[in-house]
Each structure stands twice: as C-alpha cells, then as structure tokens.
Design a protein around this ligand. Structure first.
Ligand SMILES: [Zn+2]
Length: 835
C-alpha cells in the first residue's frame, strides 16, 4: 500500500479544508470486525477538481459524495478518487473494518486473566483509514464528533467527554480541531479512577485485572498530572484546550504512550504489578509529563509534515524533564536523561541512519517512522537546552508562547518556530540553526592538557557552539569546576593546571551539551578506583556514558568497563545509573563485546557485584534499601549461574522481602534457569498456571524461547514464521528470547533465514510493530564475520519496508561496532570466535 507522499499532502491541503468529521463506530459485532460510518464535510477551493479520500476497509458497503453514489469497488490501494468536487461537499462512507492485533489501528485483545476484551485506537502514524474514511495528513485538521455502540458493560472513552445516551450507546463531545493521527476511542470493561483539577475532569483507566494495582498507584499518577497542569499553565499562559483529560493504560501498546488530545494511551506495563524501582516510577511520571506537554506541542500546534516531528517530540521530551525536575519528587531527573536517553541518542548518532534534528527528509509518511528515535528525542531536547544557554530562558519561553499562540489549532514548521525565537531574543539564529538543527552528527570533545578540543564528525562538519562546564574530582571531592563557551576547534579551560594527578577530569560534567566526550587516558585508568567516590550523580552519569561510548567506538577495552562496573556499581546511589549501566553490561558489553570464552566468567563478576549490592541494601532501611535490593536482585537473576539458588529464588526463598510474590521477578528467575537449561516444560506449565495474566503468558513465551535446545529454537522460529495469530507483544517475547544461548552453533543455522522471516512478518504486521520485532530478530549477538556478511546481505534486499530497513541498518551497525572492538582487543579470537 503506497504511503502518502509529501507532494500529495501539499497539493491536497492546497485544494481542500475539512470542516467537520462525524464518526459512528459499532464495536458490538464480534471480535474480528466493527462497523464504521463516516460523514466528512469539506470545502474545495477549485470546484470541479478531483482529490482522494483514504480508507482501508474489509468491506465497503456504500460511498456517496454530495448524494451521488460512488462505486465501492473503485477503492485502489486504500484510496478512493473523489471527482467533480463542489465548493461545499459531504462525503458519506459506510464500511466494515477489521480490528488489528499489532497495536496499530483499532487494536482488540482478550485478557487471559479473565477473558475480557479490550479495544483501543492508535491511529498514529497512518492507521486512521483502517478505522474511518479520512484525509489522513497532519495539516488537515477538523473537529470530530464521535459516537460508539459497544457492549453495555463497557466503558467508552475518547478525545471528547463521554455521555452514555442509551444502554450500549455513548456519544463523545465534539472536539477542538484534531489531526487524524491522534483521534482515539478506548472501549472495554476498563477499571477507572476519576478526579478533577482546576476545572479539568481527570481519569486514569486500566484493564479490570489490573484494578488493584491501578487503585494503589492512581493517586501518584494524578498528583503528577495536577502538578504538570499547573506548571504548563504557568509557563505557557495558555489553558489546556481539550476538555477532559483521560489517561488509559492499554494492552500490547507499541510505544511508551500516545498524545491523543483528551485521551492519552499508555503501555499498561506502567501500571506496576510488582516492585518498581525509583527510575521506573520516574519514567512513568516523565511519560505523563511528556504526553501532557504534547497537548500544546503536537496537539494544539502540530507539525505541518512529518519532517518537522522534532517540533513535537524534542519539545515534549525537553518540557517533560523540565517539569518533572521542577514540580515532582524527581529533582534529579536530568541524571536519568543523561544515562538513559542520551546513551540511546548517541548510539543513534553514531549509526549510518543518523539525521538532523529538524528537516529530516520524509518523502512519504511511513519513511518518517524511523525518525522517532534517539535523535528526535534525546538530541532534540539537548539542543533545546543549548538554545536556552544561547539566548536565555526568558527569550526562549517568550518565543515558545508566541509560536503556540500564532498557530493554535493549526500547524507550524521550523522557519516559523525560529522566527518566533529570533523575535523574542532579538538575534539571528540562522547560523545556530544550521549547525545544531539542520546538520547531523555529534562533536567529539576531549582535553589535551588544559585545552578542550572539539572534533566534528568528518561526515557532518559544522561549527557548533557549546555551552558547558569541566569539573575534576579527586579523593571523593570536587576539586575544580569551570564554565566554558566552546567555539572553534580549541578552547583553553583556565584553572585545570592545579588539578592533582590521578583526578577524574570530566568535560561536560553538568551534561548541558550534546557531544560524545572522550576521557583522557589518566581519567580512564582511574575510573575503577575513583568513579564510586564522585559525589555528583550527574557527573557519574556523564562518566559512564563516556566510558560506554568509548567501548562502542572500540577505544576502550570492554574488560575495563567490567572493572569499572565491579568497582563502582555496587556503591552507586542513583537508581537510573544502577539500572542503565547494569543493563548495558548484561545486554551489550558482556554478550556482544567480550569473546564467548570469557562471557561466563564476566557474568559471574556481574553477579558478584549484584551480591555486594544485595548485602549493602540489607543495611539500608525503608524504601531506599528496597530500591537497591530490587535492582540488585534483578541483575543477579540475569547473571547468576547457581541453579540451586535460582530454584530457591523461584520458590520465593531467600529473596529480598520487597520481591515477595512478585510475579515478574519470578519470571525473570525462571528465564535465567531456562537459559541455563535447568527448567523443564512441566516447570513452565506450573508457572503459567500460577500466573494467568497477559504478562505471565508473554513471559512464558520468552522462557520457552531462551531454552538452549534444538527443539526449543525450532519451536520459537516456527512460531514467528507460521503463527499468524501471534500478536505484536507475543512476537517480541519470542524474538527477544531466540538468540539467547551460550552455544552460538545452536542458532547459527537461522542467520540465513532472518530475511525471509522479517519479510513474512512485515506482510502481516504494521511497520511500527514489526520494526520493534525486527530489532530483536537481528542476530546482533552472534558477533563474527559470517554474521556480519549475512547482515550486510539483508540490507541488499529490495522487499523491505522503510521501518524494517531502518531497524536492520541500526542492528547491523551495532553488530559492526562490537566486531570492531573484538578485532582491536581480541585479534586472535576474531573473526570466527568459534569454540
Ligand atoms: Zn512524544
């Protein structure tokens, strides 16, 4: 199905304007299909002209344009031509549409816990025509009037406030003008907590089987919501414009959340059913704040075309962290941004798929999907922080407000945004924008004595000005901190001469700029002993990101990262640093960068560090001790190989009290046992019987896939290839376990089959869903020349969708980074690295 091109969107927007959308859905027609009746009122600037409407029905029953019937058979590739338009037009479409099972469109799923069905609409990025006929592009906005027929015991929610007008019949209030991609309807026997704040009706909702957890956690979510509404109202001086504000936690959701005005959808793993570490709660609060920021950035003012999606995402990312730091308990949220989001962003920047923050080419809608990445989020937000350092916060806020006011309920683009900033600051931003927004690539920053050197990437040269600081730490104290304005290639940093030898010197210590920092050799050598003593969590995060970046760039031996981990991690206090760095060790540094022969011993050292932290946690009272115990136990459950202890843990024996009866933790332990070939099918069936939830059934799929046997891998591959009922989450669970093995020969025969599998999945899943599965299906963890050759051959295929190609390019790059590191630090073990 062809994706709408930018040229088509431009000419359609020049020809027509949509005045009103009326959508009537009947969700009470069984589990496979629903009825959809759409009435579109639109005007045409050139009567007599032709355009087309987008629709992807299962069965098209009737179409009339201005009372004139059109032939339902004339829909081609999801488009129906509308000829001989009048100045004022009415299009009426009646169709049977299909539910989706990949999280794109109107998704329907059955909760295995109680057999109840749930429906939610996720019309991003181009799925609206699978729910109703429309002109599917972000700059043809219209008010929506939606009505829904559904089973009587269902709750129906949507962008406008809901009124039940008859049993099983709900009408949603007519909305302010909305873009097609953020229209939603959520329906099912959802459990709800309702409240009100500052005249705004609030609701949080989740599947009924999650109700006890929702009731426990709703007040915290609502508190964050109230605080953010107050903050954004103060900052922007523009009232939230979309009536009620509902937050619906939905099953099998691909992204973290989606900013549908008035009815935000979230992945429902954010309603925690077991222990949650502070950084998990922070991530949820941050997501709440992010989606709320979108009500202004994205929803009130929408990018005109997908090439300016940074105007949505970079701003929501920046504003959310700013709000969370200002008005929630997470005053140190920038640490999580540094060690989580920026680690992700720098990896994206190193990949061949890197692109500028603004104006990345998006010749058609689908090709923009790949740009929802670490560049548009983490780099974009960092660049906004640099913009504020450049023009001052007052001018920035003034410019933002002017931009929002000028384009309310409409669309905006880069030049309009920059114009508002230039007016507010009284400065030209042309050079600044060219360097930071319109050129890809991260500068490398490093110190030569007291000179800070800025090396632009050769492929993306630009004169990026940086505002940052350099700090030095020795003996557990900060011994220097100097603010620096970097321009050109060499900048002297005064005051570094007095820093004692053996100190850690940290460029960009407050993490204000966007640059890959290379640490000087003395600092690198001192890290294992000194990192734990650095009193500033943000500087520790910067040091970790610099170290992990150097491992990925094959500049530092991965064994040194392991030494730093065992030396510093067990005494770390930041929840975000604990979680992210341990994940980097167990998912990347050990399995990809170390040779196979060393991986067992390395994992044993990781488990040893986890044991040290478990011991330390037992001496810390209250929630702080619990938080340490949870992350330590989770890391041990990924790295320990003492099967007797794992078995005791699976029985709940000897685990930290905070993890008692924590089903997700139990599954993590079972997964490790399965990967060590120490779990029988009977054990798995018993565990499933004890946990009939959706999370339990997905975990069981993962546990079955990690088993290191020929039969288990055959089963997993066949499930991915042949099971057409596999949902997006189920496919991800199976794919995520498949390559896990200590014996590469067990899975090597499948490397050559990856391409056909991916193309097969692509035929039955949407691009957003399948690209996530593809990332897990790529054999990134089999680091050798033959896999690299197979991976390169994959990219030559002509039958890949843009989302799949992008996922494969990025996975291929990760594989190549690991291969380059092994070549440098283990020349004898490469290229084959076979036992
Ligand atoms: Zn967003």
């Amino acid at each position: 199905m062809p994706s709408l091109t930018r040229a088509e969107a431009t000419s359609r927007a020049a020809l027509i304007a949509v005045d009103a959308m009326e959508v009537d859905l009947d969700l009470d027609r069984g589990a496979e299909v629903f009825w959809s009746r759409t009435t579109i009122r639109f005007t045409c600037r050139a009567p007599g002209a032709t355009t087309f409407v987008d629709l992807r029905p299962r069965v098209l029953h009737s179409v009339t344009l201005n009372g004139r019937p059109l032939d339902p058979a004339s829909v081609v590739d999801g488009r129906l031509d509308l000829a001989d338009l009048a100045a004022d037009n009415v299009l009426e479409v009646v169709a049977t549409m299909g539910y989706s099972h990949d999280g794109q469109g109107l998704h329907r799923s059955t909760d295995p816990a109680d057999g109840e069905d749930y429906v939610y609409g996720h019309l991003f990025l181009d799925a609206a025509p699978t729910v109703f006929a429309c002109f599917d592009q972000p700059d043809l906005k219209s008010p929506y009037t939606v009505a829904v027929t559904a089973p009587e015991d269902w709750t129906v929610l949507g962008n406008g406030g809901a009124t039940v007008v008859a049993p099983g019949r709900t009408e949603l209030a007519t909305t302010a003008p909305l873009a097609t991609y953020f229209v939603t309807v959520c329906a099912g026997p959802y459990a709800s907590v309702r409240a009100e704040h500052d005249g705004i009706p609030l609701g949080v909702h989740a599947r009924r089987s999650l109700e006890p957890h929702l009731l426990e956690q709703a007040e915290h979510m609502l508190q964050t919501t109230r605080a953010c509404f107050d903050y954004y109202h103060r900052l922007f001086g523009i009232r939230y414009p979309f009536g009620e504000y509902h937050q619906v936690f939905v099953p099998e959701f691909n992204a973290g959340a989606m900013e549908n005005p008035g009815c935000v959808t979230f992945r429902d793993t954010m309603v925690f059913r077991g222990a949650a570490t502070p950084d998990q709660v922070l991530a949820r609060s941050n997501t709440i704040a992010h989606e709320m920021a979108h009500m202004w950035f994205g929803d009130l003012v929408t990018m005109s075309w997908w090439d300016d999606l940074w105007l949505n995402e970079s701003f929501a990312e920046y504003m959310a962290y700013r709000a969370v730091v200002e008005v929630t308990e997470f005053r140190d949220a920038w640490v999580e941004f540094g060690v989580g989001r920026k680690l992700w962003g720098y990896a994206a920047e190193r990949a061949p798929s890197t692109h500028p923050v603004a104006g990345s080419p998006a010749p058609d809608a689908l090709s923009a999907l790949g740009n929802f990445d670490g560049i548009s989020y983490a780099k974009g937000a960092s660049v906004i922080r640099q913009l504020i350092a450049h023009i001052g916060d007052e001018a920035f806020v003034e410019g933002v407000v002017a931009y929002l006011r000028a384009h309310s309920f409409g669309n905006g683009e880069l030049t309009q945004f920059l114009g508002a900033m230039e007016s507010a600051s009284g400065r030209s931003l042309a050079t600044w924008s060219a360097a930071w927004l319109e050129t890809a690539g991260a500068d490398r920053l490093f110190l030569e004595a007291d000179v800070l050197v800025r090396n632009p990437p050769p492929a993306h040269p630009a004169d990026r000005p940086h505002t940052l600081d350099v700090a030095a730490f020795a003996g557990g104290r900060e011994v220097a901190r100097v603010d620096v304005a970097v321009s050109g290639s060499r900048t002297t940093v005064p005051g570094l001469g007095a820093v004692p030898s053996g100190a850690l010197v940290v460029p960009n210590a407050a993490d204000l700029t966007w640059a890959e920092v290379s640490l000087d050799p003395e600092t690198v050598a001192a890290l294992p002993a000194e990192l734990a003593g650095v009193p500033d969590a943000l500087a520790r995060a910067v040091l970790w990101v610099a170290l992990l970046g150097a491992v990925h760039r094959a500049e530092v031996d991965p064994r040194l990262a392991l030494d730093v981990f065992t030396g510093a991690w067990p005494s770390e206090s930041s929840s975000a640093v604990l979680s992210r760095t341990s994940l980097a060790m167990t998912s990347e540094v050990v399995p990809m960068f170390l040779p196979s022969a060393e991986q067992d011993a390395a994992l044993a050292r990781v488990a040893g560090a986890a044991d040290v932290l478990i011991e330390r946690a037992s001496g810390v009272d209250g929630p702080d001790g619990d938080a340490l115990a949870v992350v330590a136990a989770r890391v041990w459950a990924r790295s320990g190989s003492d099967t007797a202890r794992l078995r005791r843990w699976a029985d709940g024996d000897g685990i930290p009290a905070v993890l008692d009866a924590d089903a997700d933790f139990r599954w993590a332990v079972l997964r490790r046992l399965a990967s060590l070939d120490a779990l029988s099918e009977n054990d798995i069936e018993l565990a499933e019987a004890a946990d009939r939830s959706l999370a339990g059934s997905l975990a069981a799929l993962g546990v079955r896939a990690v088993r290191p046997t020929v039969e288990a891998k055959q089963w997993a591959w066949a499930a991915l290839r042949d099971d057409t009922e596999l949902t997006n989450y189920a496919a991800l669970a199976v794919a995520g376990g498949f390559w896990v093995t200590r014996d590469p020969e067990l899975v090597r025969p499948y490397v050559e089959q990856v391409g056909d599998l991916v193309v097969g999945l692509s035929a039955r899943m949407g691009d957003d869903a399948v690209s996530r599965v593809v990332t897990a299906i790529h054999p990134t963890q089999l680091v050798d020349d033959s896999t690299a050759a197979a991976s390169a051959a994959l990219l030559e295929r002509r039958d890949l969708t843009p989302g799949v190609r992008r996922a494969l390019v990025d996975a291929d790059h990760e594989l190549r980074e690991a291969l380059a590191s092994r070549r440098r630090f283990d020349p004898a073990a490469t290229p084959g690295d076979r036992p």
